[in-house]
Design a protein around this ligand. Sequence first.
Ligand code: BDR
Ligand code: CA
Length: 307
Amino acid sequence: MVQPANLIIDTDPGVDDAIAILMALASPGVDIVGLTTVGGNVPLARSTRNALALLQAAGRSDIPVARGATRPMRGRYIYAPQFHGPGGLSTRLPDPIAQPVPEGAVQFLHNHLTRQPGGFVLVALGPLTNLARLIREWPTALEQAKKIVIMGGAVDTPGNVTPKAEFNFYSDPVAAEIVLSSRLPVTLVDLAACRQVGISRDQAFGLRTAHPLGRLVLSLLNGWFQREPSRERFEFYDPLALAIALDPAIATVVKVDLDVGLEENDSWGETLESGGPGEVTLPQAVNVPRFFGMLETFLEIEELPVQ
Ligand code: BDR
Ligand code: CA
């Protein structure tokens, strides 16, 4: 059951970020009160432009977008044009008319979370720089979130940037460590969970929908396969995090204590288990039909696969 929620999504769109945002827009009882952007898949100016362009294409330019970090806590972002394309999205969207709101992402998060404690579910889909800066500036603000769900990390599974590191953690491991060591009760949707929800090229091209937001999802998905003929499987990383935020019963979970590798060698951005139960909720077995059922129902997509 999808729980009614007021969402703030911290994001670096990104093909899978965009699909997650469209899922949220299509979910009954779910209200996106704002997007905060961060550099990651693309530079910040582009992730902010993509967030605004996506909302405009979805007819939701009323949703505020607040600009966040251009740089991680240390060094520079690496970006991912090889995965998301140079512009970050696999389909062309008209340039947005709306502008970001004047306050930055950290201020936007602080204002909302503290004005209405327990009122917002925060879903973080990019590098954790904005969240870490919020913790540094206002240490108790994130405690006011009703729930925090993060896509990031690779626990006991190979990374997708290095053999050990997942992209969001690798992009800003200092921020990831600040968030995980804050003892906030976050849910961390890592690569081991996300790899359970994939779709093949043939399955993707077999999908149909008449729903306007569903059509945007399919154009992102099919555009991603069209860009690169060797691609055979798309995994719904950020959409799974969004789905778990709305319906926790999508996955079984364990409680763990995690750290992030900060050595500038092959462990940079690695997710490390420190042993013993901890504050982090880590999804394990994903109910795959339930996840695809959510996509199918909200976006009126037909012929979705049941794996
Ligand atoms: C994560 O990194 C980005 O490429 C995706 O948008 C997702 O958030 C997967 O490692
Ligand atoms: Ca992302």
